[in-house]
Design a protein around this ligand. Structure first.
Ligand code: NAI
Ligand code: MG
Length: 492
């Protein structure tokens, strides 16, 4: 390179993409060979003495083993949270509480590199996303809610604001650290204490966060982080001394939780699945829209509850959009999540890959036409090529059910009313996207689309100040912003 004159270098953008590897170094992260449960400010062995492995889904290699918390451990964690609530946290002046949350925020920032490497190793998402999105956004959530802690009287003027007590928080595997931040930050800012359970395939960044919380000298028991699978989550949900459940995950488990707490006075927020419509009108800036479609469905391998998984294109621009979309898809790099050039990393687990592959079959059996890019994918690990389906009917399962992978269905429409009806014809209602040059059309769509978040001429934009949450089977309650505080307080 150095010997060539710059004006002789020819840049070639094609699907072969023979870029030199640019791997992030694993040495930035310290992963213990085994993790215990973080209860009452220290790491404790699980009472059942059981551990389970967490692997790197890109290589299928074991990274560590983590403790499986049983009912006795959940009891201990809830008791620690209750004691900390009654004796320390509830009584602490709000400005002192804020200092702890600010400290956690700063420590997450200071260790951003370590967090992003661990997030990518444990969950398979591209390092670029962990580094530029997950970790900074997690830190931002702690900063944002730290700021509210001593200003709750301004958040809820003329009301008496009381914390709820002990919050049981259960999070999924698609944004492990970020979901932990979404849950812990508002709970602490409002004076609640926490028992949090990360997902079984991605527990490591939550356990790193536990180490930070220990180092930050948070009073013991204010945050407890325990690992385990569905049974551990169920024990938290069913514990009589938990006052609030915050859950993000599948609609199926959301329904189980709703049934379990139906005759209790536990409060709940449920962030469940989605099947978002991303709508392109013929007056939209098409290149920008195609970029938004790519981001909407291929960000984080499509493991995104608000993923734009149903594309609706106005008939007159359908051919152009499809051509541009396929061209852009061919330039996506699928492979080693630790490589800084990678666009699409590993599917989070073998079982999730099986779910996705099942839907690829179903789509073809239903008569839709499948197109996958020609890129090569690694032999080991769990990978899926970017996929689109055309010739899709509204009733097809691939257009109705959440696939949670890099799979997009494409349909056409002629009129505004038609696309509103099609977009709303789903059991979900979490998010939607609209691409058009006309402001009036944006307003018309955003008021008529039954979705908690509607993005206009952009997609997947997140900020701690804006509320997020769904309608219908996408759950209820809002996280983020002022609304996110509301979910952790009682107002008298
Ligand atoms: P899941 O809903 O089973 O897992 C989410 C969390 O809930 C995990 O921490 C899990 O241990 C916990 N959990 C499982 N059973 C529980 C129970 N009975 N009580 C309390 N907690 C419980 O999701 P899973 O099985 O990993 O994924 C299945 C499908 O769910 C995916 O294919 C995707 O469609 C959807 N999903 C949606 C997410 C979203 O953010 N909307 C996140 C994760 C999954
Ligand atoms: Mg893992």
């Amino acid at each position: 390179m150095a010997t060539k004159k710059s004006n002789t270098i020819k840049l070639k953008f094609d699907s072969s993409r023979n870029l030199a590897p640019a791997p992030e170094s694993k040495s930035a992260a310290k992963i213990n060979s085994r993790y215990d449960l973080f209860i009452n400010g220290k790491f404790e062995k699980p009472s059942g003495k059981k551990y389970f492995d967490t692997i790197n889904p890109a290589t299928e290699e074991k990274l560590s083993e983590v403790a499986e918390a049983n009912e006795a451990d959940v009891n201990k964690a809830v008791k620690a949270a209750r004691d900390a609530y009654d004796k320390v946290w509830k009584k602490m002046p709000a400005k002192e509480r804020a200092k702890y949350i600010y400290r956690i925020a700063r420590m997450v920032q200071e260790r951003a590199r370590e967090f992003s490497v661990i997030e990518t190793l444990d969950g398979g998402k591209p390092i670029r996303e962990s580094r530029d999105f997950d970790v900074p956004t997690a830190a931002n959530h702690f900063f944002y809610y730290a700021g509210w802690a001593d200003k709750l009287e301004y958040a809820f003027p003329n009301r008496n604001v009381e914390p709820l007590g002990v919050a049981g928080q259960i999070i999924p595997w698609n944004f492990p650290l970020l979901m932990a931040a979404w849950k812990i930050a508002p709970a602490l800012a409002t004076g609640n204490t926490v028992v949090l359970k990360p997902a079984e395939t991605t527990p490591l960044t939550a356990l790193k966060l536990a180490e930070i919380i220990e180092e930050a000298d948070l009073p013991p028991g204010v945050v407890n982080i325990i690992t385990g699978a569905g049974a551990t989550g169920a024990a938290i949900v069913n514990h009589p001394d938990v006052n609030k459940i915050a859950f993000t995950g599948s609609t199926d488990v959301g329904k189980i939780i709703q049934r379990a707490i139906a005759n209790t006075n536990k409060k709940a927020t449920l962030e469940l699945g989605g099947k978002a419509a991303n709508i392109i009108f013929d007056d939209a800036p098409l290149d920008q829209a195609v970029e938004g479609v790519i981001n909407g469905i291929f960000f984080n391998q499509g493991h995104v509850c608000c993923a734009g998984s149903r594309l609706y294109v106005q008939e007159s621009v359908y051919k152009t959009v499809l051509r541009k979309l396929k061209d852009r898809m061919e330039s996506l790099i699928v492979g080693d999540p630790m490589d800084k050039n990678t666009d699409i990393g590993a599917i989070n687990s073998r079982s999730q890959l099986e779910v996705i592959n099942k839907y690829l079959k179903i789509g073809q059996q239903e008569g839709a036409e499948m197109y996958q890019t020609a890129c090569s994918i690694p032999k080991k690990g769990f990978f899926c090529r970017p996929t689109i389906f055309t010739n899709v009917a509204q009733s097809n399962r691939i257009a109705q059910e959440e696939i949670f992978g890099p799979v997009l269905t494409i349909q056409t429409f002629r009129t505004d009313d038609e696309v509103i009806e099609k977009a709303n014809n789903t059991p979900f209602g979490l998010s939607a996207g609209v691409w058009t040059d006309k402001g009036s059309k944006i307003f018309n769509m955003t008021t008529k689309l039954r979705a908690g978040v509607v993005w206009a001429n952009t997609y997947n934009k997140f900020d701690p100040t804006s509320p997020f949450g769904g309608y219908k089977e996408s759950g209820y309650g809002r996280e983020g912003g002022l609304h996110g505080l509301n979910a952790y307080v009682s107002l008298v």
